[in-house]
Design a protein around this ligand. Structure first.
Ligand SMILES: Cc1cc2nc3c(=O)[nH]c(=O)nc-3n(C[C@H](O)[C@H](O)[C@H](O)COP(=O)(O)O)c2cc1C
Length: 217
């Protein structure tokens, strides 16, 4: 048997400068209220949760970011993998009118009603004014608790930089299809969130095993 030759540390790794650092996070459809009382959908994926807080990274020039700052409320709706076509249907749209120059140059267009554009249905929320998206089996009602923008870098592409918006989840709605009957646990055998990985859409891979604290069956 040939002797194993250890590679020098770092030999197989290249230094690269990717245009985005979208390692792979769930897609979230944020529903917010526009100034005229209609609802907007902002597809996004720079989100993470800890306890009852979710931290959202949003370009400051978007309508969703503006609505969140003004209204202080939203719903976070989690599409399933099978919804990726609908998400992509609203991907080139913004609720911002006029469309910021840098986005117009990329082909973005104004859409007054992304529910209609994407074929999404709306349902009333219980604690906040923005509606939930009925196709999404997981929905959270949330309020803004902090907006961090001092550090937001005004980069040449996203003219107004980014906001880090911290929301507190007030209520979680999960479709009975994905809840373990009689519990508060999500049945991970039935829940297939949509993921965004370096601008490609993915579903779930195989269930490889579970953490010692996993509650699902
Ligand atoms: C799957 C997906 C993920 C996205 N993730 C983000 C994100 O994390 N943060 C962000 O600012 N924009 C993200 N975008 C881009 C926004 O959706 C886009 O700027 C949109 O025009 C915002 O809509 P609004 O201006 O109506 O809020 C994402 C788009 C897609 C399709």
């Amino acid at each position: 048997m040939p002797a194993l030759i250890a590679s020098a540390p770092g030999e197989d790794h290249l230094t690269i400068t990717p245009s985005v650092l979208y390692f792979g996070t769930p897609v979230v459809l944020i529903s917010t209220l526009n100034p005229d009382g209609t609802a907007n959908i902002t597809p996004m994926s720079s989100a993470w949760a800890l306890g009852d807080r979710v931290v959202l990274g949003l370009a400051a020039s978007g309508q969703g970011a503006e609505n969140l700052r003004r209204e202080g409320e939203c719903t976070l709706n989690f599409p399933a993998a099978r919804h990726w076509h609908r998400v992509e249907r609203i991907a080139r749209a913004t609720g911002r009118n006029p469309v910021p120059d840098y986005k117009a140059r990329m082909g973005y267009e104004y859409a007054a009603d992304k529910f209609a554009l994407g074929g999404f249905g709306s349902m009333a929320s219980e604690l906040v004014r923005p509606p939930r998206i009925s196709e999404c089996q997981m929905q959270c009602e949330a309020k803004v608790v902090a907006v961090h923008d001092e550090g937001s870098v005004a980069d040449p592409v996203h003219a107004a930089g980014y906001l880090i918006i911290e929301v507190q989840v007030l209520r979680v709605h999960a479709h009975s299809e994905i809840v373990v009957p009689g519990t508060n646990h999500i049945n991970t055998a039935r829940w297939t969130p949509l993921f965004y990985v370096f601008r490609h859409y993915f579903g779930l891979g195989d269930d490889l095993g579970k953490n010692f604290r996993a509650e699902s069956i």
